[in-house]
Design a protein around this ligand. Sequence first.
Ligand code: ADP
Ligand code: MG
Length: 332
Amino acid sequence: MSNKEVLLQIKQLKTYFPVKRKSIREQRKVVKAVDDITVEIYRGETLGIVGESGSGKSTFGRTILKLIEPTDGEILYKGHPIQNLKGKALQQFRNQMQMVFQDPYASLNPRMKIRTILEEPMSLQLDLTKEQRKEKVKELLNKVGLSEDAMHKYPHEFSGGQRQRIGIARALAVNPEFIIADEPVSALDVSVQSQVLNLMKDLQDEFQLTYLFISHDLSVVKHISDRVAVLYLGRVVEIGTKKELYEQPLHPYTQALLSAIPVVNFDVPREATSLQGELPSPMDPPVGCVFHTRCPFVMEKCGKSRPTLEQMNPKQQVACFLYGKNTENSDL
Ligand code: ADP
Ligand code: MG
């Protein structure tokens, strides 16, 4: 991957949320939603982000889009820090990055016709005449597999899958190069999911898009990703190319997530390493390795120091003391 162009470089990113105190005497607490994430996103790839609900996936995406200010760390877009973007430069950045949301109904204004929904971002951001905008609406609807007369209808007249196609068309309306899709098919019937995923893949090829694809569902992420990062309590515990990560998961958490996917072939029994217990609170994450309280392979040092993400082979990085390279890290 090193010969590929880095589109986004995320360095030691932290996004903490202050928690309201119940009384003045109570200690000030924060939710560590994203806690020290370093990752690069290459142009043209799909980086999948998986993890249980509450692991910080959405906060990570929203921080990259500059919808939330990070507490610490840096985000470089094509080598430039996004932190100080203002005015026109911020507007340009916003045009190049778009988001597709989980619930296409909630994110589409029910009182607007599809034409207006698709024209709105264009009128704000592109210098087009009325006629050009209308042409572009038709073109977008064609690209996402809907007929042109969809533009005269309202969101409620469409099925969930069709509405997500409209959500995707809206994201494409400003010619972005980077799209964050946050659980884009999680609200859809399984039969429709792969159609929308295939559409996203086709559009990626056609428009050379880069995707950050967020889902709690490992099989969905597998369908579309080139690389996958596994998040646990705001941290990347493992990251690797899809094939390696799914065929030879290294982190016990990745192994547990994968063993929880229903196996279609019941003749092949699978080692049950399903997760024990609840996800700890991100307000009070475990000291040491964040996963140690639920890890079937926990060792003494796991509760004392935190393993760092180490390159285990050319295609996988893991943060786990089971693997030799991990030196103890006193920085808890
Ligand atoms: P995921 O998308 O993986 O389910 P989120 O990023 O939504 O995770 O949330 C990560 C953690 O941050 C959760 O504990 C959540 O409750 C908390 N959180 C998210 N947004 C906020 C917010 N605006 N204020 C306070 N806490 C938040
Ligand atoms: Mg989320």
